[in-house]
Design a protein around this ligand. Sequence first.
Ligand SMILES: *Cc1c(COP(=O)(O)O)cnc(C)c1O
Length: 377
Amino acid sequence: MLPYGRQSISDADVEAVTAVLGTDWLTTGPAVTRFEEDLSAVCGGNPAVAVTSGTAALHVAYAAAGVGPGQDVVVSPLTFVATASAAALHGARVIFADVDADTGNLDPAAVEMALTPHTTVVAGVDYAGHPIDADPLRTLAHDAGALLLEDAAHSVGGTWQGRPVGALADLTTLSFFPTKNLTTAEGGAVVSPDPALVEGARSFRNHGLVRDRDRQRFPDEGPWHQEVHAFGLNYRLPDLLAALGSSQLTRLAAFTKRRTEIHARYDTAFADVAEVRTPVTRGGADPAWHLYPLRVLDGRRRELFEFLREQGIGVQVNYVPAYWHPVFADLGYRRGLCPNAEQYYAQEISLPLFPDLTDADVDRVAGLVREFLGYGG
Ligand SMILES: *Cc1c(COP(=O)(O)O)cnc(C)c1O
């Protein structure tokens, strides 16, 4: 089966991980600090806090933003459920706002309608790797006394109006799962230009422990003393995985370039096919494409999915609207809430896209899609 996404691992990656095994620091060591610095460099110089997954990054980011009971978080429904569930786990109410029909990204007009006096975070998703419309979203959020969070699990390495992902929102979260644009096996990060938010993220990642004597309530307890001022968890990314991340980052630009080439090759292959809609790139966006979300307009998405799977092509559908998950349905969220996201979901199929995919693979996949739609073999 040709997968829809997979990692690209080099000999240098293997050496970087192996080298850490011989050091004193398997975790909480210098490879983590270095990875955070390397990530910061691709995120406009904003500090990065490495964590154990993209889901952990969201949980940590919402914690840093102070999300809790009695508060509302506005979330895009066209996402992996973690964007919403991480806020729900902090006790907040999730309010879904619809997406733009072309990009699948949070629609600022829908956000404006969704804001309440209790909104503390607006969480957009760089769907498929295309950055959110950050400026209006940030303005709307700030005017409402809220923060803008960008779930950039798909988009590290992309830019919007010349600014890199990681420099667009108050909080940016990344995922380094193997299918994503770069990997640490499992891993993620929170990036923020705001020192208080970075400090909040570091604290929640590490049990909320306070080691700085000047900040302790009982500094004279003894030289061993550390104390907890706010609850946190252990979301620390080990050095082994951080070393893989730093090694992968040296190839991020090459990964992004290859992903862009494949995207363009699919676009060309479908240019004359009336039954599909190829992904849109807005002016000002230079996406780091994670997905190739093709939309099937003739109602046969499921048939195409099954046909391609039978042919050994590992297609995916990204995503079932988050509020369709029974956990949200049971809370009273109803179908029909976000029509654009629901229509996007009904039409979408993600074709294979990863750096080691060959042109011949792309042509084979595109040829099968064309064949299915009656455009010859
Ligand atoms: C992958 C993903 C996540 C979760 O990341 P993990 O590293 O798998 O926990 C969150 N949001 C989006 C949009 C994702 O694609």
